[in-house]
Design a protein around this ligand. Structure first.
Ligand code: GLU
Length: 426
């Protein structure tokens, strides 16, 4: 089993390339050159950020930004603050962003950033200084038409606000008037050029996909049980919108463990419990994160980190379908085991694309200086998610492939076609 996410991303690309190869028979050399290029990011920046800690000492934090591909538009993707961040993870996540943007057809390429840190160990002041240091370091590498960062694991609207502020200052100090600093970051607070609906967008986008999937599986929402691993922004909003529609969210979890509520829980109450006690795990009956994955439920939603479903536990998954709300939760070795057992996979690049899609709406609003209502945002998100699901389902049937390969076929083809149009591949 490979636990290296970048190796996983390359394996997935090689698999899809072999499926697409026939349709590029007359341009085989260019097709192969494009696929080769897509195996590595265009560039990866790496540094050590120096941050003044509250005790007066300076601490160093390793930081990355990977810009994978910009054939379809500016690099786009979040910034992750997590102690497990590393170069290969950031490279993989930026590759997945390239596909994700192509899946809903938004005009971006892929990027991703990260800092090796456990933000829970920092004071608010230290977190602000770290966020500012990261933004200052990146200030000459990003911009509304170059690379547009956003939140990811453990990064928030407040962090984006500090980053925008620092970015604007850094440019001003160099005598550069940035015409549109707000268009350089998305996921910002509403008061600072953010978009209505951005906070819930990833979770809600996944529920739009869920609604279409249950129809295909012949299930009814009220009889459908759901287990969600992860109860951060994405897991919570998925749970909330699913429960509002009558689905039974029977279990959710955080890093301290999971909780099980027969018949389905009220996610708002579960969140209030987590806020009060620091964990959701003792809200109902306690279960472990490993048990959660192997529960007898209809839909399993990994909404946390990479590689949680692997060769070692894939055969024990009892769910009818997996909706990947986190990035990279299923390893390539687990995919064929799941497919053989009839588990439908809705891949991350489709299931969680709602977040970056509303980031795109935020950027459009920033560039126009004209802001939309919550209703307008959601009414633009829903058809894009439903269209992406429908395209995947048709390809899956037509080519007899799993949900991941079906989604990848469309996404990779969209990127390769633009690379071929642009040329310059030798
Ligand atoms: N971090 C999110 C993702 O992985 C959102 C990225 C964005 O909005 O640019 O899709």
């Amino acid at each position: 089993m490979s636990s290296n996410p970048h190796q996983n991303a390359v394996t997935q690309l090689e698999q899809v390339a072999s499926l697409l190869s026939d349709s590029y028979q007359d341009r085989q050399a260019e097709f192969e050159a494009a696929i080769d290029k897509l195996k590595e990011p265009d560039q990866v920046f790496e540094t050590e950020l120096s941050v003044k800690m509250d005790d007066g000492k300076t601490k160093k934090f390793q930081a990355f930004r990977s810009e994978h591909n910009n054939a379809r538009g500016p690099y786009k993707g979040g910034i992750r603050f997590h102690h497990d961040v590393n170069r290969d993870e950031v490279k993989a996540l930026s590759t997945w962003m390239t596909w994700k943007c192509a899946v809903t057809g938004i005009p971006y390429g892929g990027g991703k950033g990260g800092v090796v840190v456990n933000p829970r160990e920092l004071s608010v002041g230290e977190l602000e200084r770290l966020s500012r240091a990261y933004s200052r370091w990146l200030s000459d590498k990003i911009g509304p038409w170059v690379d547009v960062p956003a939140p990811d694991v453990n990064t928030t609207g407040q962090i984006m606000a500090w980053m925008v502020d620092e970015y604007q200052q850094a440019l001003a100090e160099k005598g550069l008037i940035q015409e549109n600093p707000w268009g350089t970051f998305t996921g910002k607070p509403l008061e600072l050029g953010g978009s209505e609906g951005r906070e819930e967008a990833t979770g809600l986008g996944g529920v739009f996909v869920l609604d279409k999937l249950v129809v295909e599986l012949g299930l009814k929402p009220k009889q459908t049980t759901i287990a969600i691993q992860g109860f951060g922004n994405v897991g919570y909003w998925f749970a909330k919108h699913a429960a509002d529609r009558g689905y039974q969210v029977v279990t959710v979890s955080d890093s301290k463990g999971g909780t099980y509520v027969e018949g389905g829980m009220n996610p708002e109450k579960a969140l209030a419990h987590k806020r009060k006690t620091g964990t959701v795990s003792d809200f109902g009956k306690k279960i472990s994160n490993e048990e959660l994955l192997e529960l007898e439920v209809d839909i399993l939603v990994p909404a946390a980190l990479e590689n949680v479903i692997h060769e070692g536990n894939a055969a024990n998954i009892k769910a009818k379908a997996i909706i990947e709300m986190g990035n990279g939760p299923v390893t390539p070795e687990a995919d064929p085991i799941l497919t053989k057992n009839g588990v439908v996979i809705i891949p991350d690049i489709l299931a969680n694309a709602g977040g970056v899609t509303v980031s795109y709406f935020e950027w459009v609003q920033n560039l126009q200086g004209y802001y939309w209502t919550h209703e307008e945002v959601i009414s633009k998100l829903q058809p894009l998610m439903e269209k992406a699901f429908a395209e995947m389902w048709v390809t899956k049937k037509e080519h007899q492939v799993d949900g991941r390969m079906a989604t990848y076929m469309t996404a990779v083809k969209r990127v390769v076609d633009v690379m071929l149009l642009r040329g310059n591949l030798s």
